[in-house]
Design a protein around this ligand. Structure first.
Ligand code: UD1
Ligand code: CA
Length: 469
């Protein structure tokens, strides 16, 4: 049977105390919105519809192209949100899985299991429930005599004799779409919050003699609904543990997995070592045998086999096989370190290619440069790539030797095998094999230092002699 996912993501999330819509908040670098869309996709839903409203522009900008969007202009409740999608789903018959944009830790298998259960039981709806020692703000599940669900009661509407119920609604449901849409008009706002509650559909179905079944998960961590920043931190910890465990089981060493944060899209090879206080996020790929950390952040980058990134930041860059980064280097977008290259201590590189085996070991800024193979870039070298108006390129040929403290005033080219003298400001091209030197001649004043030392000594002796008087 065909299945469609409807994700409710129009709410403001007042309890987040934020100017950003709730579902745009991030967990390990990914917005809740993208995490939930990913769950629906991986659960095998053929079509995904998202209900947006509060901060709709921000939320919609996070959605993949093939996801349909329905706007809920005024957020009148979860039931009303579903009602807004009735038109785009007109004529659809089959399983409609309703997910909340604030429940990002669901496992795809749980969602596909929910769909399978509704389809095999022929229920009008199957609700994903769980048991919580402290059910707090969750809606409570009222069971009927045959073990089906008679109603869901929101926590603000609980009657005294319902307070003890510890089975909660996780906000994840699978409905028979045509049955749901045929009955949606029966919702009212006659409740504590004056909203159209989707949860009231269950009571409506029950009173019409329609079957509602439950699927219960015994992992309440996966159904955490995020309403506050405290929940956001809990969800981060849960996802962190889940992801790190998966990588460790696949052959990644983590000295302390509680101090390593890896995003869900990151791919890591075998025999990789990740040291504490390290963040690896976005679309990053780490090759076999690489070593990352301690204290590093790698985002949207590729770190090849055997490379080392120590106490450094790497953004949108490529670190080649056996290349070496850090300690304390900053690779900004568009940096390519080819095999065996080095970006050492206090080195910043941006939008540049650093050729195979080339070393930039200390205290340098390389921007908009194309550096060949086996080049040695001396300490303190700087590409002066910006003239205040435009950026210009620096090109350095294979095997060149850049003396310490060279200023390369771009646009400029240093030829193959050429040398620049230490402390030179190179503003004209240096031909292949040549020396580029720009500094005034050194003066030698014979005996000057000895004379100065003697003078100083006699001054202090006189001083001491006078203070003795
Ligand atoms: C909801 C359920 C509750 C359940 C809990 C699980 C209702 C009435 N209650 O409560 O039984 O235990 O989730 O986490 O459904 N939304 C809209 N439009 C609206 C209102 C909400 O799109 O008008 C979206 C929100 O963006 C959110 C989701 O629906 O993603 C749930 O809304 P929220 O306000 O968080 O509901 P809860 O109070 O948590
Ligand atoms: Ca919620």
């Amino acid at each position: 049977m065909k299945s469609v996912a409807l994700i409710l993501a129009a709410g403001e999330g007042t309890r987040m105390k934020s100017s950003v819509p709730k579902v745009a908040h991030r967990i390990l670098g990914e917005s809740m919105m993208t995490l939930v869309v990913d769950v629906a996709q991986r659960a095998g839903c053929e079509r995904i519809v998202v209900v947006t409203g509060h901060g709709a522009d921000i939320v919609e900008s996070m959605l993949p192209e093939d996801v349909a969007v329905v706007r809920q202009e005024r957020q009148l409740g979860t039931g009303h949100a579903v009602l807004c999608a009735r038109e785009v789903l007109e004529g659809f018959e089959g399983s409609l899985t309703v997910l909340s944009g604030d429940t990002p830790l669901l496992r795809p298998e749980t969602v596909s299991g929910l769909v399978a259960m509704r389809e095999s039981s022929g229920a009008a709806a199957t609700v994903l429930t769980t048991h919580l020692p402290d059910p707090a703000e969750y809606g409570r599940v009222v069971r009927n005599r045959d073990g089906g669900i008679a109603a869901i009661v929101e926590h603000k509407d609980l009657q005294p004799d319902q307070q003890h119920i510890d089975e909660v609604n996780t906000g994840t449901y699978c409905f028979d779409a045509s049955v749901l849409f045929a009955h949606l008009d029966k919702l009212t706002t006659d409740n504590a919050q004056g909203e159209y509650y989707l949860t009231d559909m269950i009571g409506v179905f029950d009173s019409e003699g329609l079957l509602v079944t439950a699927m219960t998960t015994d992992d309440p961590l996966e159904t955490l609904g995020i309403n506050s920043r405290v929940h956001l931190a809990e969800a981060t910890r849960t996802l962190q543990r889940r992801i790190n465990t998966r990588h460790m089981l696949e052959g990644v060493t983590m000295t302390d997995p509680g101090l390593v944060w890896v995003g869900p899209r990151v791919r890591i090879g075998r025999d990789v070592e990740i040291e504490p206080m390290t963040f690896i996020m976005g679309e990053t790929v780490i090759g076999d045998g690489a070593r990352i950390g301690p204290g590093s952040r790698v985002v949207d980058s590729r770190v090849a086999n055997g490379a080392v990134v120590d106490s450094s930041v790497v953004i949108d860059s490529d670190v080649g096989p056996n290349a070496n980064v850090g300690p304390v280097a900053y690779l900004r977008p568009g940096t390519v370190l080819e095999a065996g290259a080095k970006a050492g201590t206090s080195v910043e590189i941006k939008n540049s290619r650093i050729g195979r085996g080339t070393k930039v070991p200390h205290l340098s800024y390389i921007g908009d440069a194309d550096v060949g193979q086996d080049v040695n870039v001396g300490a303190g070298t700087i590409t002066c790539n910006y003239d205040g108006v435009e950026k210009h390129r620096t090109v350095i040929g294979d095997g060149a030797f850049i003396g310490s403290d060279t200023m390369l005033v771009a646009p400029v080219r240093v030829g193959r095998g050429a040398v620049t003298g230490a402390a030179s400001a190179i503003s004209r091209d240096v031909p292949d094999g040549a020396l580029g030197l720009e500094r005034s001649d050194q003066r030698i004043v014979e005996g000057w230092a000895d004379r100065r030392r003697k003078e100083k000594r006699s001054e202090t002796n006189e001083g001491e002699a006078s203070s003795d008087e």
